[in-house]
Design a protein around this ligand. Structure first.
Ligand code: SF4
Length: 400
């Protein structure tokens, strides 16, 4: 191997056992284990907590965090960097910083020249094709933690591009995963993409598929969300649906159906396969967490829901949306948001999903007296120790 050839680790670094204790110390919660063993129910004083049966770290996040710890152990004395947040949870990211990992997205790190001595960890949601090529060209050692579910989306998007289908991606245009997925479409000269955020944007695309429209207005509306040179008159003739893996499953499915119906209206049933493709790209972990919270709300008489996770975590934001549609819901980033039995700091459901989303304070969030049943879940990037600390904090308020 020459000095500039990249070394890419995709299957672990042979240090799993060495870091297992450290991972457990940083993220494990005996209390969460106890609640699980107790049929996901926890009683203390006047408060009963029902924990969703699927919550917290997903398999992709588990693996990414594990690999990051392994990278530090495997390459002592070398610069170990992350391209940005490994997952959207501030506690996990801060813990990695404390462990010596540098974040290329941090102030002061931007534009730092990397070379063969640097180890670069690629996060679970992946990076763009260009970024990957750049790190490879510099000869960096790459620890690729891109989740298999994300790779599955990429495989299908590349196939769309090869077959001349434009990828209609249900996602957030600035989210790392959606940026990475969109870049995959451009690996092929015929590749095109358009990113739609929600049903409203999908409806605009469907309108254009059905009957065309004002091309300039369309391009203005989707500025920054389409591939370079995108022409809706020619690039919406053959479309394939994909999505960011952490979107609201019901919305992704509905958008797929909307686009399919628009294509059918335009070209007819017989022509549908020549103009439309779709495949299921919501990852199973996201789906299980969304299903589990619905099941909890169906089966338990909860008075309110607490959803724990980063404010920029797409899957956490979507869990909060599901809950808020049915019950009073508080999306909190961590237990420090539970200021007292009377005051809670939280991100309003529906607010922009950014790291520094404006929090609001709500008073009287716990009833002053009588029994209270609290439903609890956590996004796929929230470690168990944070969930456990939330339960401990509720325990303290249970006797007030
Ligand atoms: S949310 Fe799904 S796609 Fe994302 S890391 Fe977890 S398992 Fe993978």
């Amino acid at each position: 191997m020459t000095e500039t050839q990249p070394l890419i680790f995709r299957k672990g670094l042979d240090m799993k056992e060495a870091v297992a204790g450290e991972l457990a110390a940083d993220y494990h919660s005996a209390l969460v284990d106890e609640v699980r063993a107790g049929n996901y129910r926890h009683d203390k004083g006047r408060v009963t907590v029902h924990l969703a049966r699927e919550f917290g770290f997903c398999y992709g996040v588990d693996r990414a965090v594990d690999y990051a710890y392994q990278a530090v152990a495997r390459f002592p004395g070398r610069n170990v960097c992350l391209t940005g947040e490994i997952i959207h949870n501030p506690h996990v990211n801060d813990r990695l910083r404390a462990g010596g990992i540098r974040f290329l997205s941090d102030p002061g790190e931007k534009g730092r020249a990397l070379g063969p001595d640097d180890v670069v960890i690629i996060p679970a949601f992946g990076i763009t094709v260009e970024e990957m090529a750049d790190f490879s060209a510099r000869g960096c050692t790459l620890v690729d933690t891109t989740c298999g579910s994300v790779l599955n989306v990429w495989k299908n998007v590349v196939r769309y591009a090869q077959d001349g289908f434009t990828a209609v991606i249900h996602g957030k245009v600035k989210h790392e995963e959606t940026r990475a997925t969109a870049s995959q479409a451009l690996k092929h000269p015929r590749g095109r993409y358009i990113v739609v955020l929600d049903r409203a944007e999908a409806a605009v695309v469907c309108g254009y598929i059905r009957s065309g429209g004002d091309r300039a207005a369309f391009l203005a509306r989707f500025a920054g969300a389409v591939s370079p040179g995108f022409d809706p008159d020619t690039d919406l003739v053959r479309v394939g649906c994909a999505n960011q893996t952490t979107m609201l499953m019901s919305e992704s499915l509905e958008i797929g159906e909307m686009v399919g119906a628009a294509v059918r209206d335009r070209y007819g049933d017989a022509e549908l396969p020549r103009h439309f493709r779709a495949f299921d790209t919501i990852c199973s972990a996201t789906q299980e967490r969304q299903d589990a919270v619905e099941a909890l709300l169906d089966s338990e008489p909860v008075d309110l829901m607490i959803v724990v996770g980063g404010y920029n975590s797409s899957n956490t934001v979507n869990l909060a949306r599901i809950c808020a549609a049915r019950i009073r819901t508080y999306h909190i980033s961590d237990p420090s948001c539970l200021l007292s039995a009377d005051q809670i700091r939280h991100r309003p459901v529906g607010a922009p999903s950014t790291v520094k989303a404006d929090e609001v304070m709500t008073e009287h969030w716990l009833p002053d007296e009588g029994r209270v049943v609290v439903g609890l879940t956590a996004g796929a990037s929230t470690p168990n120790n944070i969930v456990g600390q939330v339960i401990e904090t509720l325990d303290r308020y249970a006797s007030t």
